[in-house]
Write a protein that binds this ligand. Structure first.
Ligand SMILES: Cc1ncc(COP(=O)(O)O)c(C=O)c1O
Length: 380
């Protein structure tokens, strides 16, 4: 059987043309014109004033936390069910991540748990949109206003998604994106910060570029990073963003087709839970098609059997409060640190091939094998 990868990007637009242009012109570093073009295009798409392209989404989060002057003694509230980049960025700045659990239907951060975690040290809420549906932004924005907190919005997974008709990435004081190849648009590696605040944008640009100073180039008042994006990466990104609407439509199609093919097993909640197709504030755009299994076996059992049949999968996130590296640092060790939904999702959740290059035939093969494997697991 031909392997079906968990993700394969589509690079069949003007990517090659723009890359050749970079090579012919000699503009390959971060100084080239495509970097600014990509910044303008994404900022416009998300209704933000300023875009700052960076080397990856993790770096965008590092810069966002530092640009907001969050540091030692400060706390930032974030979901435990997310990628480690979010906690890293907070810890790298010297601040402390404070966790909330997830909702069982959307897998996004549990908004009702946020307020009880706010203390006099809380400076920000890091909102992370997970897998396909946005977080419920209105109550989060109300809390931020009430308690004078900043919002860092991590929209890495939901480029092109909206909340109540407004683009994801338009809610944060700073919003962050990733252009890793499994994202809706890719630059190989890459990311972006967006903001409406000119002063913050300048700070992000400086932090991205080692805090070089104009006039005193090698004299530094502050430490930054080299998180610059190259013109080659940005050229890819410009070709990709030209097709963003088409890509988002393809993800809808993939998600809806999987729902259709799996309706017999998902109608019995004792077998599997599929992604919620919609909430009152958004339709799911299925960045990935996640599955949560019920029963005596775990996601890892199903994934192993699918892998033997050459079908790629990925486990769900492993919660921050269980990460060995953070346990060694003594983090999240209080007895009130209970996050049962995130733990269940980590044990029972995984996603099946969800990349843009999937077609109906491949999805049918995936589902046929998944159903067989589920049967094998249920029958011991
Ligand atoms: C929600 C979220 N934030 C941040 C990142 C980090 O992005 P990158 O891989 O570009 O560093 C990812 C990456 O997959 C992500 O899913």
């Amino acid at each position: 059987m031909i392997p079906i990868a968990v993700n394969e990007p589509i690079l069949s637009g003007r990517e090659k043309e723009y890359l050749i242009e970079c090579i012919n012109s000699g503009w390959i570093s971060s100084e080239g014109p495509y970097v600014k073009e990509l910044e303008l295009l994404l900022a416009k798409r998300v209704n933000r004033e300023y875009g700052i392209a960076v080397a990856n989404g993790s770096g965008a989060l590092d810069i966002a936390v530092r640009a907001l002057e969050i540091g030692k003694g400060d706390e930032v509230i974030m979901p435990t069910f997310t990628i480690i980049s979010c906690a890293n960025a907070i810890l790298n700045s010297g601040a402390t991540p404070v966790l909330v659990d997830s909702y069982i239907d959307t897998w996004n951060m549990n908004v009702e748990q946020i307020e009880s975690k706010i203390t006099s040290k809380t400076k920000a809420i890091m909102v992370v949109h997970i897998y396909g549906l946005p977080c419920d932004m209105d109550p989060i924005l109300n809390l931020a206003r009430k308690h004078n907190l900043k919002i860092i919005e991590d929209a890495a997974e939901l480029i092109g998604q909206t909340y109540k008709g407004k683009p994801c990435g338009s809610f944060g004081d700073i919003s962050c994106f990733s252009f890793y190849p499994n994202k809706h648009i890719t630059t190989g590696e890459g990311g972006m910060l967006l903001t409406n605040d000119g002063r913050l944008a300048e700070r992000c640009r400086s932090l991205r570029n080692l805090c070089f100073q104009e006039g005193k180039r090698f004299v530094h008042e502050e430490m930054g990073w080299n998180y610059r994006m190259t013109n080659l990466q940005a050229a890819l990104g410009v070709a990709q963003i030209e097709r963003l609407d088409e890509f988002v439509q393809k993800k809808y199609f993939i998600g809806n087709f999987y729902h259709q093919l799996l309706s017999d097993v998902s109608s019995d909640a004792k077998i599997i839970q599929l992604p919620a197709p919609e909430k009152e504030y958004a339709k799911n755009i299925y960045w990935v098609f996640g599955i949560v299994i019920n029963g005596e076996f775990n996601a890892s059992d199903v994934m192993k059997k699918l892998s033997a049949r050459k079908i790629g999968t990925r486990p769900f996130f492993y919660p921050m409060h269980l990460q060995p590296v953070f346990k060694k640092m003594g983090l999240f060790s209080n007895s009130n640190e209970q996050y049962p939904v995130a733990e269940m999702l980590a044990e029972k959740g995984f996603y099946i091939p969800s990349g843009l290059s999937l077609n109906e035939e491949k999805m049918q093969i995936v589902v046929k094998n998944l159903k067989e494997v589920l049967n094998e697991c249920r029958n011991g």
